[in-house]
Design a protein around this ligand. Sequence first.
Ligand SMILES: [Zn+2]
Ligand SMILES: [Zn+2]
Length: 494
Amino acid sequence: MSETICSKCGHVGSSSDVKPEVEVERTKLPRRVMRDKIEFDNTYHPGVDGSDLVHEVHSMRVGERKLYPGAIPFTSIEISEARGNPKPLCHNCGWTTQQELDSGGYTSRLKVMYLRKNSAIWELGSNGPWMLKDEPNNGNSAWHTDYTAQQFLRKEKPNLPLVEMHKFGGPDDKFHFTIMARAKGSTIGTIWHTLTREQKNDVFQDLKHCVKEWRQITRPHMQRVDGSELRDPIIGNCDGRGCIKTGRDEEEWLENLTPAMRKGFLWLLWIRNNGSGADQCTRASWVEEVDEKVSQMKANFPRGGPYVLTHGDLHEENIFISDENEEKKFKVTAIIDWELAGFLPWWVEFFCSDLPDIMEILGDGQDIFHPGYSTEDLEKLWKTVSPVKDSWQDGGNHTFSSHKPDESNRWHRPPFCACKPYAQEYRDADLGLAPKHLDIFDVDSTDSEDDEKDDGWKKFPKQERSFLRWFNELNNYKSKKAGLDLDSPPLTIR
Ligand SMILES: [Zn+2]
Ligand SMILES: [Zn+2]
């Protein structure tokens, strides 16, 4: 069971070495103590366990809890030091030694409930109706896309079930804060198994209506709702990061996918035919063969706008339902997580969705997205998309590409405190900077050939490095190796 480290922001740890002592011996209490003694009410101090507290009435200790070792009494020097020169006790909520001593007893009702890299959602009151998103201002972040998509939908389709959101922070501010309502009801994933067939059908009909509503909104180009460049939710997507930009139409999208597609096929030829030993003529024939194959795949890829507003990540935990309405009928109360949303080809929503319960029980699940299309139609279409997706995955996935920042920098905090020596780590990739996916990159800037002994530590083994250098040449990419090796002063490692 986890145990709270900081009672203000709710940071948790896994164990405690301050063992509260329980007193066995009981003494008879004076009348005034008996008369005025009340029980601790943790309604006003959520998360605080009254049985952990040392209770005094008229300065007389009552209850079973003995004083915590080393806690009190303090010397007057210690107290004036803590008050006069306050030190932070928790870097997340800013609680200090002074506040710990001076306050008449405060417990924050804001608690961290969810972390994502250098962003968090704070709960405003335990299970309360409001939450606060705290995040770096990054126009490319998933939460930014989520917010702009929902704002857009609130205007375009006011009846669509969304959660209320109010964002604070301008374009130049380093951080943005968003107050958002907690979705009402439960997710489909949580309660689907408890519903009758009729109730399931009610949900299905309402969801179908919602999807139809947002799919009526179209644009002549692929883009986010604010017109900015859209990230690919389905093909050029390492670990859900949406690495590749889609461009404005399929031609630009395929162009952005091409380097990784070529890389995947060329690599296969390189390892099968000892690429390092192959002559220029042989390698040129591989390039010709691969370019022919990639052109064919691109030619077969489905094309054509208008582009349809797409959620991009619809699954059973993103859809909230409830029957708390006048008709007592199950309806969709909120559709959340519009983090990948944008205007995309008509077929993308179906292939980006994961609604197995709805599809399994009601059948014909694709009908939610594409009335009039059969499963066979969609399977036929997928046969033209999947070769592009598979070949991009072979050459562009995160083990064969480079991401910047790439977690090569980590900073370790000092321990939380002496008795809870846990230390958080800050990573460059998680600071809040917009991440970059690179298919063509300087393999020599990270992996030096000079130190053969350290081969196991390198991101790419020797054979891959030779291949990537050749691939860079093909793409007219010049290594910065010379500059890096000569200009950088040697690092001192202590
Ligand atoms: Zn705290
Ligand atoms: Zn990537």
